[in-house]
Write a protein that binds this ligand. Structure first.
Ligand code: SF4
Length: 301
């Protein structure tokens, strides 16, 4: 039998919520590190999220962009699928997280305390941000409401190309990616699967909805590609009114290594300097930074 895109992901540690959909979960490195008593990710430092109680998942692996910096493989694309029901995803979260973390439990690994293990089995936070574009899942608003109603806080991380769906979502924190200061750089960096001008206008519309929500704009900075026009970013951020901005250096990881070079990865000092130039052109100030993750957090003044 020919292998499917989901088969390729299974080999990379993805666990699927149902056999016919690409809804998947995979704990991130920080979740496992925190479980073993190590450091937590920058979202703990910036927003108080406990990494070992955070589920990283997506309701779909489909995407409508081909960003050069994306760590996923474009050779293993999910073309069609039967969407997984929100209730099945909700019911599968704890079960799949436990399965994914098996091997880290207190009996097998004495760096994991029983208290942390029990906490990890009862996650409190869902980051809808694994891979793929979550707004391509038609029932995203319902899924977010379901998580909210069952005691989870939620982050939805979107590329912003579907403002209509995004406007209906009520996560704890809404993320929209902004990876260019103008449409020409956007087209080159994010390689949209459709009319670039239309996609760019949709992103601007998604940004314009952020003022009324707890929200963050994520800028993935790639040296020599989109680290231009800080005033352009500043203008778009000013118009968005987002609560936070994360300027994060591109990491030379996964399949992005087939498209970019190691020297496209900016040093933390470069990320910080660019973030300061953005902040100087709009009403945001540097709130915090994490050199290990090469990320600077700006906050609206
Ligand atoms: S939008 Fe996200 S998932 Fe899609 S290609 Fe870009 S980085 Fe990858």
């Amino acid at each position: 039998m020919p292998s499917t895109p989901c088969d390729a992901r299974k080999k990379q540690g993805y666990l699927f919520f149902s056999p016919d959909s690409s809804a998947a979960l995979k704990p991130c490195l920080w979740c496992k590190r925190a479980l073993a008593g190590g450091e937590m990710c920058y979202k703990h430092q910036f927003y108080g999220i406990d990494s070992h109680r955070c589920v990283q998942m997506t309701p779909t692996l489909r995407c409508n962009q081909r960003c050069l910096f994306c760590w996923r493989s474009f050779e293993h694309e999910v073309a069609e699928e039967e969407e997984c029901q929100p209730q099945i995803i909700l019911e599968g979260v704890k079960k799949l997280q436990k399965k994914a973390l098996a091997g880290y439990n207190a009996i097998l690994d004495n760096s994991v305390t029983n208290e942390r293990w029990q906490e990890a089995l009862n996650p409190k936070h869902v980051a809808i941000s694994l891979s793929g574009e979550p707004t391509l899942y038609s029932r995203l608003p319902e899924l977010v409401d379901l998580f909210n109603g069952n005691g989870y806080t939620t982050f939805v991380v979107s590329n912003g190309t579907n403002p209509g769906i995004l406007a209906k979502c009520r996560p704890f924190q809404q993320y929209v990616s902004l990876d260019a200061p103008d449409s020409r750089t956007y087209k080159k960096t994010c390689r949209p699967d459709g009319d670039a001008e239309e996609f760019w206008n949709n992103i601007k519309e998604s940004l314009s909805h952020l003022r009324t929500k707890r929200s963050a704009v994520r800028i993935t900075l790639v040296s020599g590609l989109n680290d231009v026009g800080p005033e352009g970013y500043g203008k778009l951020l000013q118009d968005s009114g987002a609560t936070f901005v994360e300027v994060k250096g591109y990491m030379y990881l996964g399949y992005s290594r087939n498209r970019l070079q190691r020297n496209n990865m900016p040093e933390h000092e470069q990320v910080r300097a660019f973030a300061e130039r953005i902040a100087a052109s709009c009403d945001y100030k540097v709130r915090d930074e994490n050199p290990l993750s090469r990320v600077v957090c700006l906050e609206r003044m």
